[in-house]
Design a protein around this ligand. Structure first.
Ligand SMILES: NC(=O)c1ccc[n+]([C@@H]2O[C@H](COP(=O)([O-])OP(=O)(O)OC[C@H]3O[C@@H](n4cnc5c(N)ncnc54)[C@H](OP(=O)(O)O)[C@@H]3O)[C@@H](O)[C@H]2O)c1
Length: 361
């Protein structure tokens, strides 16, 4: 352990003592930092892998016990995760409440990201709403549910074509001056919107779907992010579990599971799309790691300003994918993988037409 790690570990142990979180770690004065790599999104420093807290509220079907999910979030912290992703619309509200309760004892040691942008407060959770008045209402609600007086990273969930980006950025700028928001970002924004927002109030991060099943970001926004020094937070980095190898050509998704509505997961598309599952399996075997670890290690290897936020409801899956932070893929390996990747062809869009219609082009 080097000096920096020692200071981090012993400091974390002291801070944890008596909080009820990570007590085993505090007793032994060391935190098992499997996920000890840190990265930056703009000026925001966080663990190289964050935790997506959406599946816990049944996004992929199922009902999960609140106490078990709170324990899972705390397990992530004990394993070194300091970056947690939620949104007002997840539940709605439930995810923010669970994240807030889970992280209250370590609030100042973690960074919480949440999002506004749908009309949840107005009873229209699928409609876009980034009116300045709405943003303020949404932020007040998020602060209450998260049991905090500041949001580390606040994203506009979707660009609202009815509200000029300058008005959104100006509203956030005021919230930053008031200390209610520390950093901000956009989700699924075009390069043009990113520039407009950044010119008024500098962005820390953009969150977009990016994984081995959906690589649109590379051509759409990478150059802009690199130029402006903005980080990328890939959502659905495990391809909604497809890349983990847990889904096969015969998998069918129940009503209420988000994947039941996605063209890439239909009974017609799945047999073809097993190509990427097999490719990731092949490389995972070669590296002696799991498929989930390979999928995340590949993302981390693309740029050092990329911080994926895989989601899970399962403690074993969490412990598995966090190990990706310590896996290295060499330039030769990445080039060879790219040649393999060029041989496969995926079918079916990543989103349903309504969802895609709300993506900023
Ligand atoms: N900005 C946006 O518009 C937007 C949209 C969607 C998501 N997000 C954010 O991005 C986060 C990540 O996306 P996501 O959670 O939807 O998708 P994801 O991370 O690509 O995949 C999550 C799925 O993978 C499974 N999984 C995880 N680890 C596994 C492992 N080691 N082995 C097998 N299966 C595994 C999980 O099932 P188990 O529960 O069984 O582990 C879960 O169903 C979300 O939680 C949310 O915070 C943002």
């Amino acid at each position: 352990m080097n000096r920096r790690e020692f200071l981090f570990v012993s400091g974390a142990a002291l801070l944890l003592a008596g909080t009820g979180i990570g007590q085993a770690a505090a007793r032994t004065k060391s935190v098992p930092l499997q996920n000890r790599q840190h990265r930056r999104l703009g000026n925001l420093e966080i663990s190289a892998i964050g935790l997506g807290c959406l599946p816990m509220v049944g996004y992929y079907g199922g009902k999960y016990d609140k106490q078990k999910m709170i324990a899972l979030i705390r397990q992530a912290y004990d394993l070194g995760v300091t970056f947690f992703d939620t949104a007002e619309v997840y539940g709605p509200h439930t995810s923010e409440k669970w994240v807030g309760e889970a992280l209250k004892p370590v609030r100042h040691q973690v960074k919480i990201a949440t999002k506004f942008g749908f009309g949840v407060e107005e009873g229209a959770p699928t409609a876009l709403n980034s009116e300045p008045k709405h943003i303020r209402r949404a932020v007040e609600g998020s602060l209450k549910r998260l049991q905090t007086d500041y949001i580390d990273l606040l994203y506009q969930h979707r660009v609202d074509p009815k509200v000029p980006m300058e008005d959104v950025a100006g509203t956030i700028q005021k919230l930053i001056k008031e200390g209610k928001v520390l950093h901000w970002g956009l989700s699924e924004a075009s390069a043009k919107s990113i520039r407009r927002a950044h010119a008024v109030c500098p962005l820390a991060a953009v969150q977009s779907e990016y994984s081995l099943i959906w690589r649109e970001s590379e051509n759409k926004i990478f150059a802009t992010l690199e130029e402006l020094g903005i980080g990328l937070v890939p959502y659905c980095p495990l391809g909604r579990a497809l890349l983990t190898g847990i889904i096969n050509e015969n998998s069918r998704f129940a009503k209420g599971d988000r994947r039941a509505t996605l063209p890439m997961f239909t009974p017609e598309a799945l047999p073809n799309n097993m190509q990427i599952v097999r490719l990731v399996e092949k490389w995972a075997k070669r590296k002696n790691i799991t498929s989930a670890q390979f999928a995340l290690a590949w993302l981390l290897a693309q740029r050092d300003w990329i911080v994926p936020i895989p989601g899970t409801t399962n403690p074993a899956h969490l412990a598995d994918f966090l190990k990706a932070a310590n896996i290295h893929l060499s330039a030769d390996e990445l080039n060879e993988f790219e040649k393999d990747y060029a041989q496969i062809h995926l079918v079916g869009h990543r989103a349903d037409p309504f969802t895609e219609s709300q993506i900023d082009k």
